[in-house]
Ligand binder design. Structure first.
Ligand SMILES: [Fe+2]
Ligand SMILES: [Fe+2]
Length: 294
């Protein structure tokens, strides 16, 4: 037993060593880097930001698609980047550019183990749904909900990109032995994808509330700083499985933590199921818009 614990600890230390080398933000596409840099300065203005973003038509399409997506919930249709900046404001736009940068930076090539399109759809749906849930249930922090929802499974793309042989080992162990992903991640890497994602965002000095939401998106009850945000991400993540839209095979074992849903002021299971079902149409429309983003 002691030997097993030591072995796991050694695996964890090895994984942390690789992670510590990637804690500086990986190289991201220039327009994203420029836009984020500009947003950090006091010189930022609608024309200057618009000029930087417009250099990359792919980025323009992504921002407009997110801003117009049904779950994102803007009241007005946004057709130009100038108008998007005006309606969203610098903070919200910064969140969108931030998640796009990180998702882009960790993107690896699609292979038979991870389909990048499928992963993108899952992140996109969970991020937008988390924002919408926070708004609908009248909780503040919808900006953090969007970022944490979009990045909740970031650890999975990190494993695929930086620990590729381990990714294959995890995938094969799960499919051959029919055991859960989380258990296998821990066995192979000494850490699970929640810990990997939160380890990185912590190193990048993201707010504690975001790190905790990423760390506990499968078990919001473990949170100590704030249980609301992890519970929202947990619910949004579960919705993709329950509604069977944008669900991701890595989440095949997740079950909704009913008790923790009290944190979100749900009183009965029926109430939660009704709430989840009320999102079905939005999920369908949102999933349709994703083809423009991949
Ligand atoms: Fe996850
Ligand atoms: Fe997920």
């Amino acid at each position: 037993m002691v030997a097993l614990a030591t072995e796991q600890q050694q695996k964890r230390e090895k994984t942390e060593l690789v992670l510590s080398n990637i804690y500086n933000l990986p190289v991201m596409p220039k327009p994203l880097e420029d836009a984020l840099g500009l947003l950090e300065t006091s010189a930022v203005s609608i024309p200057s930001l618009s000029a930087v973003i417009s250099k990359d038509q792919g980025l323009v399409t992504k921002i407009l698609t997110i801003a117009n997506s049904p779950l994102y919930g803007l009241q007005r249709k946004v057709t130009s980047i100038d108008f998007a900046i005006m309606v969203l404001g610098f903070n919200e736009l910064k969140n969108i550019i931030l998640v796009l940068s990180l998702v882009e930076s960790f993107k690896n090539k699609t292979d038979k183990y991870l389909d990048q399109k499928e992963f993108w759809l899952h992140s996109y749906l969970t991020g937008c749904a988390a924002k919408r849930i926070a708004e609908d249930l009248d909780f503040p922090n919808e900006g953090e909900a969007f970022v944490a929802g979009f990045l909740h499974d970031m650890g999975i793309s990190v494993i695929h990109k930086y620990f590729h042989s381990k990714f294959i080992e995890i995938y094969e162990n799960v499919t051959e032995k029919n055991i859960g992903f989380n258990e296998t991640e821990f066995e192979v890497l000494g850490m699970n994808h929640q810990e990997i994602g939160s380890y990185l965002v912590e190193r990048w000095s993201f707010p504690e509330i975001l790190c905790e939401a990423i760390l506990n998106h499968h078990n919001p009850e473990a949170s100590s700083v704030n249980k609301v945000l992890p519970s929202i991400i947990h619910l949004a993540d579960y919705m993709t499985k329950k509604l069977n839209i944008g669900n991701f095979y890595w989440d095949k074992d997740i079950e909704l933590n009913i008790i923790e849903m009290e944190t979100l002021r749900f009183r009965t299971e029926e109430e939660i199921n009704h709430f989840i079902q009320s999102y079905e149409e939005l999920f369908i429309h949102q999933a349709k818009s994703v083809r423009y983003l991949s």
